[in-house]
Every structure is written in structure tokens, then in C-alpha cells.
Design a protein around this ligand. Structure first.
Ligand code: FCB
Length: 463
């Protein structure tokens, strides 16, 4: 008998952890790979915190077997990773067998370890030969060709696929805010890129079906609610507009609807045969992947660019070291939102987790990471509440298996269950890794045993 405070998960619930190619592999130009936009971004002064690069990262490219052994030791049931387009296709139409071999041996190794692979086709590195990136419609068709190559070469090694990781973040951070390559701040480009990413997703799903691949395919979306700070009509409308631009601009066309008007009003006219494209974008998926980190609270500000949102957090609210709000209820909210509004039959949480900054925490606090156990435990309890409401949640992947290259923020924010010493490449389980091992073994955990008083930072009183 489990104690009454045991947060139990359904039978066959899939427990895993996630990474992505560029963030862990290192050796970005090895064995015939070509430069990607992210590779160049890391070489552009001022773009990455501390001037960090991903040239070595976790050196997973050379330590893959050792890493799979660690996954096994941790008791992972599933592993989410991504394939690098710029390794696999050094030019359009050309396949690099050495890269295929690397991913084949990774998938073989996982099979031997009895770990279910969840493979993502695209987690943000675009080969530089795809000129114009996602603004260029040709990139969409080049991506479809790449997807076909991957399914033909590697389809038999994985039963579960993700087309694109977080189309929102690619479009937002690359084309609206300018933090990621290509560094644009242009709303028309944002709109066009959203459309092209949607189309690329649709064409990859279509290719999967046309090639009669076994198994399942979906997409990993960065999803969070846009809550209005008050009941005032201008705040409520503002929150709804932001939801349209960030969530519905993807989910609506993927599920057979047209683009929300607020998105079109923001982006302006989209180029291309949109009506025909919408038919291609609407390819039923087998599951939706939810990546969730924090919610948004929206307050209208007269005269501001409509996507400018001062994300209000009440003084004293717990925050992670990246100042991301800790609010598990919002995790329940977004899971219920995506299920109720879109009726997906199967949902995975494809990313959830938290960062501690290496620079802000003592070695002891960093390794004995009660804060992460508290965070993941609280979010799992919130996920359980969504299941109780009927959400067909079938699996959960911690971001991340190990500390890695956190994009423009470099190596300081560390999301891993496993710590990586980036000087020696030594890996060590944090306390959270042992805790998560037990959760996976027992298919749940005792709520009353979550650490008390986790050391979150707190939102300050506004100046
Ligand atoms: C997500 C990304 C992932 C990682 C986490 C923290 O947006 O998909 O690669 O950077 O955030």
C-alpha cells in the first residue's frame, strides 16, 4: 500500500530526460558536418554570455556510450535527443553517412540499454547553406527533404519522432527579439517564419506518413498561459492577443483552423499560397509535446508595441536563478488548455525543469539540489492534477539530462540532473538524479517528502 500522500502516475507512464544536439555534442564541424547558424552565432562577439561556445559542450559526440550508460544507471525509461541537420546534410541533397552512423549507433546503444528513444528532427541548428533561414520558403522544402532522409536512414531505430522543437522560440527569439540567429527584430519576418515553421512541420508529418513509418510523430511546443493581470477589458484583451500571437498562431493551423486574426494583424500580410499551405499544415499528429517553464502575466500598456509585455510577478514570488516564476498551478493550466481547446488524444511533457546558476550557488548547494527536487516534484504534482481532470498525459521528460550549453546564456545556467565539469568532462549525479531514479522506479513519489524551504530567489518589490 502506498501512503495517502503518494503522487501516483498511470501505469505505462513514460519517464525520461531530454537534451539537444547542439547543446551537448560538441565537435560541431567533425566528420564532414558544416557550419550552422548557431555555430556562427557562437563565433559572433557579444552574442553568448561569457563568450562561451559549443565547440566542446559536453563532448557527447565522443562520450555517447558513456552517457547512455549513465542514463541506464539512472533508470531512464526514455531519452529525448535531437539530430543535427548540419551534420546529416552538409549540402542540399547530400547525405553524410558518418553523421548517420553516429545517430544510428546512439539509437542502437539506447536499444541495448532498453531506453525508448524520442528523436527530434530539428532543435534549432540550421545549416548555413539554407540561405535566408526560415524567412526563405526554400528552407521549408529543404527541411522536408532532410526529414525524408532521416526517416529513410533511421526510421527503423525510433518509434517516436518530434518534427520541430519550439517553433515559437525560433520565431520569437530569432526574428522578433533578436537574441538568437539571425538576430532580427521585425514583425513581418516573425509572421513569415511562424508560417514557414508550421509548413515545415506539416510537410515532415506528411513525409512520415507517406513513407509508412511505424510509430508516432508530433511536435514539441513551448507553451504557457497568458494570464491577464486584472479583469479590466484592456488587460484581458491584451492577454488574449498575446495568446493568439504566441500559442494559437501555431496550434490553430496545425489542427485545421485558420490563423487567428490578432496574429495576422500583428504580422501583416503573409507571403505564399496561404490557403493551400494551411491544408498541408493540417496533418493530424499522434501526440503534442508540451515544453513548459513559466507562465506570462499580461498588463496592457498604452502606446507600447503590442508584444511588449512587462511580465508582472508579485513581490516575494519564488523564482529560479533565471528569474523564471515558479508556479506549478500554471503547469496544470497549460496542460488543461491544450487538451480542452484542441482535443489532443496524447500529450507528453517533452521539457520541464529548472536552472541553478553555477556562479550563484555554492558547490554543495549545486550538487545537493533540493531546489530542483522541490521544483520537479511540485510540477509533477501539478501534472497529476491535470491527469485527474482528464488530460491524456502519457509521459514526462526532465530538461535536462545533464548540464549543457544554454544557448545565448552559455554554460552558467545549469539545468541538468547530472552535473558536468566542463574542464574535465567529469559527470556526477546531483541529488535530484537519485531522487528522479526513485520516482521512475516507483512511478510516483511521496509529496510529504519533498524538501521543505527550497532556496529559490524571490521577486523584488518594483523600484
Ligand atoms: C527550451 C529549449 C531547450 C532549453 C530549455 C531551457 O526553450 O528547447 O533547448 O534551452 O529551454
Amino acid at each position: 500500500m502506498k501512503p495517502s500522500n503518494f503522487v501516483a502516475f498511470p501505469k505505462d507512464f513514460l519517464w525520461g530526460a531530454a537534451t539537444s544536439s547542439f547543446q551537448i555534442e560538441g565537435s560541431p564541424l567533425a566528420d564532414g558536418a558544416v557550419e550552422s547558424d548557431w555555430y556562427r552565432w557562437t563565433k559572433t562577439p557579444g552574442r553568448i554570455a561569457n563568450g562561451d561556445t559549443a565547440d566542446v559542450a559536453c563532448d557527447h559526440y565522443h562520450r555517447m556510450k558513456e552517457d547512455v550508460a549513465l542514463m541506464k544507471e539512472m533508470g531512464l525509461q526514455a531519452y529525448r535527443f535531437s539530430l543535427s541537420w548540419s551534420r546529416i546534410m552538409p549540402e542540399r541533397g547530400k547525405v553524410n553517412q558518418k553523421a548517420i552512423e553516429f545517430y544510428r549507433s546512439l539509437m542502437e546503444e539506447l536499444r541495448k540499454a532498453d531506453i525508448t528513444p524520442l528523436a527530434t528532427l530539428y532543435h534549432w541548428e540550421t545549416p548555413v547553406w539554407a540561405v535566408g533561414g526560415w524567412e526563405n520558403r526554400e528552407t521549408v522544402f529543404a527541411f522536408e527533404e532532410y526529414a525524408r532522409v532521416v526517416f529513410e536512414e533511421l526510421g527503423r531505430y525510433s518509434a517516436s519522432w518530434i518534427t520541430i522543437n519550439e517553433p515559437l522560440v525560433i520565431a520569437c527569439c530569432g526574428y522578433m527579439w533578436g537574441w538568437f540567429p539571425p538576430g532580427k527584430t521585425d514583425k513581418a519576418a516573425y509572421g513569415q517564419v511562424v508560417h514557414h515553421l508550421n509548413l515545415a512541420h506539416g510537410l515532415a508529418v506528411r513525409a512520415f506518413r507517406q513513407l509508412n513509418q511505424k510509430g508516432e510523430i508530433g511536435v514539441a511546443m513551448a507553451l504557457s498561459t497568458f494570464d491577464s493581470i486584472s479583469n479590466k477589458p484592456e488587460d484581458v484583451e491584451h492577454a488574449d492577443r498575446l495568446d493568439a500571437i504566441h500559442n494559437r498562431a501555431f496550434l490553430d493551423p496545425m489542427t485545421g483552423k485558420t490563423y487567428p486574426q490578432a496574429f495576422l494583424d500583428y504580422a501583416g500580410k503573409l507571403e505564399g499560397p496561404i490557403e493551400d499551405d494551411l491544408k498541408l499544415i493540417h496533418q493530424p499528429v499522434d501526440f503534442i509535446g508540451v515544453n513548459h517553464y513559466f507562465r506570462n502575466t499580461c498588463k496592457y500598456k498604452k502606446g507600447a508595441n503590442i508584444v511588449d509585455n512587462e511580465n508582472f510577478v508579485a513581490p516575494g514570488t519564488p523564482l529560479t536563478d533565471l528569474e523564471w516564476e515558479v508556479r506549478p498551478e500554471s503547469f496544470t493550466d497549460i496542460l488543461v488548455y491544450v487538451w480542452k481547446n484542441y482535443g489532443f488524444k496524447k500529450i507528453y511533457v517533452t521539457e520541464n525543469g529548472m536552472a541553478t546558476r553555477i556562479s550563484k550557488r555554492s558547490k554543495d548547494e549545486f550538487m545537493q539540489d533540493d531546489i530542483r527536487i522541490h521544483f520537479i516534484g511540485s510540477y509533477l504534482e501539478a501534472a497529476r492534477k491535470a491527469i485527474d481532470q482528464g488530460v491524456p498525459l502519457k509521459g514526462y521528460f526532465v530538461w535536462s539530462l545533464m548540464d549543457n550549453f544554454e544557448w545565448a546564456q552559455g554554460f552558467d545556467p545549469a539545468f541538468g540532473l547530472i552535473a558536468v565539469d566542463f574542464k574535465t568532462q567529469e559527470r556526477s549525479f546531483k541529488k535530484s538524479a537519485y531522487w528522479y531514479k526513485k520516482v521512475m522506479e516507483e512511478n510516483g513519489f511521496e509529496l510529504s517528502k519533498l524538501p521543505l524551504n527550497p532556496n529559490y530567489i524571490r521577486a523584488a518589490v518594483p523600484a
